[in-house]
Design a protein around this ligand. Structure first.
Ligand SMILES: C[S@@+](CC[C@H](N)C(=O)[O-])C[C@H]1O[C@@H](n2cnc3c(N)ncnc32)[C@H](O)[C@@H]1O
Length: 283
């Protein structure tokens, strides 16, 4: 069974039931473990080990900041901002202003809390909304960034035309997302639906085609598959090696849910059907 060249791979359950998103208390558990109390002020660095929901953590976001040459005058839109980790990292390290959009209300609420406690609310504006419909200013941004969010969205052409409209002329695009490298088996499709909650998972060419159709040019693609496969293997092994610690901090149910998730994603990468892309482009 293979996924269509473009469009729906699967119709996922409610996004909030994705294993990575179920227990958002995890970040507070980690802070408590580090001796940080509820409501305490937080240096952003304290959060960085826990608030990045993509591959290679802040290293990946630092590469984006350098590639985009972000500065305090840069206005950045982040699509699918999660807990706000990348947005806070960009604002904290470059001084840029970030508008961080996420569709999940609980995720948005945690992101707002963490950003306020880091003292970054004047530079990171969290918006609760669907990137396919939320109000965005025309030509309002110098750069649009996104990590591991676009595969969740059912209408990529619409998203890309909205991104193009939100960018100023010559504005930049920096995306990291999943792609499909080979037909998915029946077992793969179950994990793509139940674990990844992917609705749009295509080959790199279709991804690029959608961007170009929206008027985005100078599209540069980097295949991240090998690097992300290694990361996912290390992540699963590290999670299992620290089982007792994670069960104590997060509880047995959360431990087991994430173990299933990390193993499934590792399997998908190792099987060769799932891949990763970094896309750098310009309007
Ligand atoms: C894997 S997380 C990545 C979060 C963040 N980019 C990071 O790297 O830490 C993907 C995020 O995309 C968000 N998302 C999914 N569909 C969305 C949509 N249509 N509009 C806005 N956000 C969306 C999810 O709620 C989730 O927080």
């Amino acid at each position: 069974m293979s996924a269509p060249a473009h469009g729906d791979v699967a119709r996922p359950n409610h996004l909030g039931s994705m294993p990575l998103y179920v227990d958002l208390r995890r970040i507070y558990n980690e802070l408590a473990e580090a001796g940080v109390g509820a409501g305490d002020a937080l240096p952003p660095e304290r959060l960085f080990p826990f608030d990045q929901i993509h591959y290679r953590g802040t290293d990946a976001v630092r590469t984006a900041a350098e590639t985009l040459r972000l500065s305090p005058s840069s206005r950045v839109l982040e699509i699918g901002a999660g807990l706000g980790g990348p947005a806070r990292f960009l604002a904290h390290t470059t001084g840029c202003h970030v508008t961080a959009v996420d569709v999940q209300e609980p995720m948005h609420a945690v992101a707002c809390d963490l950003t306020a406690r880091c003292g970054l609310a004047s530079r990171v504006t969290h918006v609760h909304g669907d990137a396919l419909t939320a109000a965005l200013p025309d030509a309002g941004f110098d750069a649009v960034v996104s990590w591991l969010a676009i595969h969740h969205m059912p209408d990529r052409p619409r998203l890309f035309s909205r991104i193009a409209r939100a960018l100023r002329p010559n504005g930049q695009v920096y995306i990291e997302d999943l792609c499909q490298r080979a037909p998915f088996s029946a077992a793969d499709l179950v994990d793509v639906r139940e674990m990844l909650h992917a609705t749009t998972l295509t080959g790199a060419e279709a991804f690029e085609r959608d961007l170009r159709a929206a008027g985005v040019k100078e599209v540069g693609l980097t295949d991240m598959t090998g690097d992300w496969a290694a990361f996912c293997a290390e992540r699963a092994a590290a999670w299992q090696a620290a089982r007792d610690r994670h069960v104590r901090v997060h509880g047995a149910e959360t431990y087991a849910r994430l173990e299933r998730f990390f193993l499934a994603v590792r399997r998908l990468f190792e099987g060769g059907s799932l891949g990763g892309l970094r896309i750098v482009a310009r309007l």
